[in-house]
Design a protein around this ligand. Structure first.
Ligand code: HEM
Length: 313
């Protein structure tokens, strides 16, 4: 596996920039295929239900938005976890978002019996579908420019500016998700809360510096704030949607019989992030991680391959 590491050498998605096998890249590369393969397996077993295409549409939409959040989480996590190599899986995740988004649209067309004029008229007739289309359109230049060649051609600054599109993209995707939800809004609330958490982290990092905002106390403080904000956000949603008073929704967060609340999921994610951060601080630091911890603003170099790091978020 020790292929040449010259900048022109083509690397496989499971290789690091030295051309060596990277377990992290391999796991993420295989991982992004799993939801799709599971759908194929369900189709073969005939367990997709009566409306197979709409089930594929739902599952691919969910995975597109989950991978989008993971793409956006890479920068905060590599600082909080002191794991600079995480940046090398961002492109794989970003490309997965686009691929699942496209399959999502294709499955919708399939559900409408491939009646393209109807698909187009539906998209422009329903606001949540128009927003979905906007998300897909905004994702397109990010996918097209996700190669090292395009990065070079555009120049680092322009490329990074373009990839800041990921921020409106995640907010629009969350809105698309919310607007199509009927009864269960736990996942849209969680997705929106994580998106706001990640965007807040970015703003604070730009204001105070990544070194200050990536510490354990800062991570705990921001995570705890987001957990409480999620509980209030859920109560606000029910108040605006069906007029239920805050005093009826907020106490459900302390009542296990009321089911899993979005704030619990956010709290669980905060604890998981902190647990990994604590664990990694006990690991013997690698040279690159030490350098990153000393200079948290310094990004790891792009991969010397035809596969750049994906969007710059
Ligand atoms: C032209 C583009 C798009 C169209 C036509 C479209 C269409 C749809 C439709 C028809 C649904 C199901 C609505 C229902 O069952 O009532 C849906 C749900 C959803 N879409 Fe999209 N969508 C588009 C783009 C996107 C993109 C780019 C993303 C993510 C990045 C996305 C994420 C989602 C999610 C998360 C759901 C909810 C799935 C669930 O609750 O199970 N969509 N979309």
């Amino acid at each position: 596996m020790n292929r040449s590491a010259t900048p022109a050498a083509r690397l496989y998605p499971w290789q690091d920039r030295k051309g060596e096998f990277s377990a992290l890249k391999a796991i993420v590369f295989v991982g992004v295929f799993l939801p799709g393969l599971w759908l194929v397996a369900r189709a073969m077993m005939g367990t997709l239900g009566p409306r197979q295409m709409i089930e594929i549409n739902h599952q691919t939409g969910l995975w597109a938005v989950r991978f989008l959040l993971l793409t956006l989480a890479i920068t905060p996590l590599r600082h909080v976890w002191r794991w600079p190599e995480l940046v090398f899986v961002r492109r794989t995740l970003g490309n997965a978002v686009f691929a699942y988004g496209l399959i999502h649209l294709v499955a919708y067309a399939g559900d409408l019996a491939w009646d393209v004029p109807k698909v187009i008229s539906e998209i422009f007739a329903r606001v949540y579908l128009t927003i979905g289309l906007m998300v897909l359109i905004l994702l397109t230049p990010l996918a097209v420019t996700s190669t090292n060649g395009m990065m070079k051609r555009m120049g680092g600054l322009n490329w990074r500016r373009l990839h800041h599109l990921v921020y409106p993209i995640i907010l629009l995707a969350a809105l698309h998700f919310f607007l199509q939800s009927k009864l269960g809004v736990t996942e849209p609330i969680v997705i929106t809360a994580v998106a706001i958490w990640l965007l807040t982290w970015r703003l604070l990092a730009a204001w105070l510096g990544e070194a200050r905002i990536a510490t354990l106390p800062a991570t705990l403080a921001l995570g705890a704030t987001m957990t409480v904000a999620t509980a209030f956000g859920e109560a606000l949603y029910y108040y605006l949607k069906i007029g239920v008073a805050f005093s009826r929704v907020l106490p459900t967060n302390f009542n296990p019989a009321a089911g899993i609340r979005p704030a619990w999921i956010i709290g669980g994610i905060v604890l998981a992030v902190l647990a990994v951060a604590v664990f990694r601080r006990f690991l013997p630091a690698k040279k690159s991680a030490r350098r990153s911890a000393r200079q948290p603003g310094v990004a790891a170099k792009p991969e010397a391959s035809s596969q750049p790091q994906g969007n710059a978020a």
